[in-house]
Ligand binder design. Structure first.
Ligand code: NI
Length: 203
């Protein structure tokens, strides 16, 4: 191989490599693009019982809804978050002139009876819906929303706590997931975001 042909081979090789890299980059970009098309799969169907004993699904929560998964025996975090959710719901009503239904979903169906849930939600907001059900139904609902929870060790008196994710989920009137809000959100920032989304949605 002479110097000239070696030079050509190197040049061609470099060109091919560049082309290959460009193609590879495009492919990776395409893969990323396709994985972010639509929403990550959060949410899904559930069938639970509300605080009045009525069967409710994600499709009949009454317009837009804001879901929070917790348990009525929670000593501090759940009450704080539900109080925040109630305030956010009131702010959305003022800002968007449309309502968002605050919804509490139990991850402790063994203790959270319909009666217990009714008493509990009434303490936060008159429009709050409380949902409970069979352990299987509650577990399925939590799983759909990627809510993790587990019982801590039971004390001798039978008392226990439940570690759980602290996230709120906004659903549209058809029960589809729209957005989620972590604990770092204030009632104000959630209400601003929800009102903006509700206002821009077709009514
Ligand atoms: Ni809690």
């Amino acid at each position: 191989m002479g110097w000239l042909s070696l030079g050509l081979a190197v040049a061609t090789g470099t060109g091919l490599l560049a082309l290959y890299n460009r193609e590879k980059r495009r492919k990776v970009e395409r893969l990323h693009a396709s994985s972010t098309v639509g929403m990550p799969s959060i949410g899904g169907p559930f069938k639970l019982v509300d605080h009045e004993g009525k069967v409710r699904t994600e499709k009949d929560l009454g317009g837009y809804s804001l879901l929070y998964f917790g348990f009525t025996h929670c000593p501090d975090i759940c009450p704080d978050e539900l109080e925040k959710m109630a305030r956010a719901a009131d702010m959305v009503q003022k800002k968007a002139k449309r309502s968002v239904t605050p919804v509490f979903v139990s991850v402790d169906p063994e203790r959270d009876t319909v009666h217990q849930v009714k008493r509990y939600v009434r303490g936060f907001h008159e429009g709050m819906v409380g949902l409970t059900g069979s352990p299987e139904a509650c577990e399925k609902a939590a799983k759909n929303f990627r809510v993790f929870y587990h019982k801590t060790d039971e004390e001798p008196n039978g008392d226990y706590l439940i570690d759980h994710s602290i996230i709120m989920y906004l659903l549209d009137p058809s029960g589809n997931f729209v957005a989620y809000y972590g604990r770092n959100h204030s009632a104000e920032s959630m209400a601003d975001d929800i009102a903006r989304r509700i206002r821009s949605a077709p009514s």
